[in-house]
Design a binder for this molecule. Structure first.
Ligand SMILES: [Fe+2]
Length: 264
């Protein structure tokens, strides 16, 4: 597919963890809804012309239909089309029904000019860690092969690699090496973005850029041996997908979202 446009903008929003009602989901946490709203305010102000909003899982802390409806109400403030994924805190079926029922994308794929964006499921029912099942890997390969002229951006909830935190690295993608090998078979795969780690991450695996995203709610302390929170601002990631296959990205921290009074 050819297009007159040279660059497409993707906004990645991750891990909003909305509870049954607006408010803190744990003692000392900030209000999940207010944090998400602040992130969306910033995204609207600075990226209001984005071409796609990718929401990379842990959508709900309490995965019931009403929570997904409330989340969709928040996210619908962004004018961009939306593609959402489930995370380990989600009920994938309920989340999918809510997003698809409201006319939004869930997993699947979307074409932006000469870019193909693929949303991959990594949920492993009953586990916090992830697993990309064989049918998903087959769908990935099929989708790439059906778009022979496109660069590829993959989005998935769990990171494909260890990020340097002992506790978190036990909860990553169990078959990350297999997924990386599947991606590396296709030189047109330029980047893979993920959530789950509640912190920024940016590294290369061969020619594939691996990018992690902060949560809209609270951030995990990087390189921590045991679970620990870092009192820094929430954020989101902006990606600019260029016609030549290059990816520019920036991680935006949102003023006013730094939590106070986090539990020790
Ligand atoms: Fe999360």
């Amino acid at each position: 597919m050819t297009t007159a446009r040279n660059v497409f903008t993707v906004v990645q929003i991750s891990d909003p963890h909305l509870g049954l009602q607006p408010g803190p989901i744990r003692t000392g946490y900030p209000d999940s809804d207010a944090q998400l709203a602040a992130v969306l305010d910033d995204a609207l102000r600075h990226q209001g012309d984005a071409d796609l909003a990718l929401v990379t899982g842990d959508l709900a802390e309490d995965p019931v239909p009403a929570v997904y409806q409330r989340l969709i109400g928040h996210l619908a403030r962004l004018p961009a089309p939306m593609l959402a994924l489930a995370g380990n805190h989600d009920d994938r079926g309920i989340a999918r029904d809510a997003f698809v029922g409201a006319g939004h994308g869930f997993e699947g794929e979307r074409v932006l000019g000469d870019w193909l964006v693929i949303g991959l499921d990594s949920c492993w029912p009953g586990h916090t860690a992830g697993w990309v099942q064989k049918p998903e890997l087959e769908r990935l390969a099929d989708s790439i092969e059906r778009h022979p002229g496109h660069w590829v951006l993959v989005a998935v909830h769990h990171p494909l690699v260890r990020v340097g935190s002992r506790w978190l690295d036990r909860l990553t993608l169990t078959n990350g090496d297999e997924v990386l090998a599947a991606l590396a078979r296709h030189p047109r795969v330029r980047a893979c973005i993920f959530g789950h780690i509640h912190q920024g991450y940016d590294a290369m695996h061969g020619s594939i850029r691996l990018l992690g995203c902060p949560s809209t709610l609270v951030q995990f302390l990087p390189e921590a041996a045991d679970f620990a929170l870092e009192p820094v601002e929430s954020g989101y990631r902006v990606l600019r997908l260029h016609h030549d296959g290059s990816v520019e990205t920036e991680l935006r921290r949102v003023p006013g979202t730094r939590p106070t009074g986090l539990p020790a």
